[in-house]
Design a protein around this ligand. Structure first.
Ligand code: ATP
Length: 359
């Protein structure tokens, strides 16, 4: 008897409910085909509706309850009726920081059959993983506002970078780069203008890289990095950056891979002291909510990352191949990818392709 893997499903807001329902359907269909895989889901109704009813985005004991799970599958948080900083800090960031998910991992590549906006760029040329520092930096939450509402009001956000926080994310990125064929890492900062903490990043990079002589690493300033991603995509492999910089770069990366609806994320606690969280990169997309046309592929790919993290490489590979079969055929795609299919149709197509995809 295999031990079931316990998954906490948190659909959250907007299209989160639609894509997480699709993700759970696909994972359950996969588990039926894989004798060694047993998944047990528990759903949590947290999010902006919950906030409007209860005055909080998640229960007070929410983090303690999540600790009992093997992984978390998350939809999105954000709703026009709730200030963005309340919905973000009350749920997604509360979980990432409370469970020390300090490594945010965002693979970007052109899936078969999908054409990105970069003319002539092939799948072999655009294959990156962005590693985002996910626990401190510009999103540390330190700061305040004084004299609110008066002309002399002051607002301060303090970016906090610690030696330990920077060193651990750089080590994580070097390890990841070492595991990939190109063995190449680009460290992104803005250490010309931000002359304290970002200069510390560069110094720690110099120290850490001594332990990875088999990985080629280089440095880029974040502004120059945007042009390199667009003009020389094949020159990149693993990219590591601070919380804010990687947040922005990974939206650009998602757009370059064809659609925000495809891109996946893992928020990892690499030491596995706490469960990690997997989610599509996109937000709640209220403009398409309820229309049944949200692309579920970002959630499916996030589920692949979740299975890999849980030691289920076989089933993970099978699901990824099923996704790629559907994109390659190009017959069942949602409107963001130029198709006319619904979320439900893409879900059924991927479930159908699972049978033909071996683990
Ligand atoms: P948030 O503030 O929660 O990040 P947002 O609306 O600013 O939300 P996204 O939700 O990421 O940002 O959406 C940006 C655009 O991409 C929208 O036009 C949305 O419809 C589209 N989009 C996002 N996710 C998907 C998806 N899964 N399928 C199709 N289109 C999507």
């Amino acid at each position: 008897m295999t031990q079931p893997l316990r998954i906490a499903a948190i659909p959250g807001d907007g299209i989160g409910g639609e894509v997480i329902a699709a993700g759970v359907d696909v994972l359950q269909a996969l588990a039926e085909l894989e004798p060694g895989l047993e998944l047990r889901f528990e759903h949590f109704p947290w999010g902006s509706d919950y906030y409007l009813a209860h005055g909080r985005m998640m229960d007070a004991d929410g983090l303690a309850r999540l600790r009992a799970f093997d992984a978390i599958l998350f939809g999105s948080a954000g709703d026009p009726r709730v200030p963005d900083h309340v919905s973000l800090w009350g749920l997604r960031l509360a979980i990432c920081q409370g469970l020390d998910q300090y490594a945010n991992v965002r693979p970007t590549r052109l899936l078969p059959g999908i054409e990105g906006p970069l003319r002539g760029v092939t799948a072999a040329e655009l294959d990156w993983v962005i590693v985002r520092e996910n626990s401190e930096g510009e999103y540390a939450g330190a700061g305040g506002r004084v004299h609110q509402g008066f002309g002399h009001e002051v607002g301060i956000d303090v970016s906090i970078m610690t030696r330990e926080g920077v060193a651990r994310i750089l080590r994580f990125a070097f390890e990841l780069a070492r595991s990939r064929p190109k063995r190449q890492l680009t460290v992104v900062t803005k250490s010309n203008a931000q002359r304290h903490a970002m200069v510390m990043w560069d110094a720690i990079h110099d120290e850490v890289k001594a332990d990875y002589p088999d990985v080629a690493s280089d440095r880029m300033l974040v502004d120059a990095m945007t042009t390199r991603m667009v003009l020389k995509p094949a020159s990149l492999d693993v990219i590591v950056a601070s919380n804010l910089h990687a947040d922005i770069l990974s939206d650009l990366a998602a757009a370059l891979s064809g659609s925000l609806g495809i891109a996946p994320t893992a928020n990892l606690n690499p030491e596995r002291r706490f469960p990690s969280m997997f989610e599509p990169i996109h937000g709640s997309a209220f403009d398409i909510m309820g229309k049944g046309i949200a692309n579920p592929i970002g959630t499916f790919w996030s589920a692949v990352m979740m299975l890999e993290h849980l030691g289920q490489a076989g089933p993970a590979g099978r699901l990824m191949r099923a996704i790629e079969t559907v994109t390659e055929r190009g017959e069942v795609l949602t409107p963001d990818l130029g198709g006319e299919a619904t979320t439900a149709a893409v879900t059924q197509a991927v479930i159908g392709a699972l049978a033909g995809a071996n683990s």
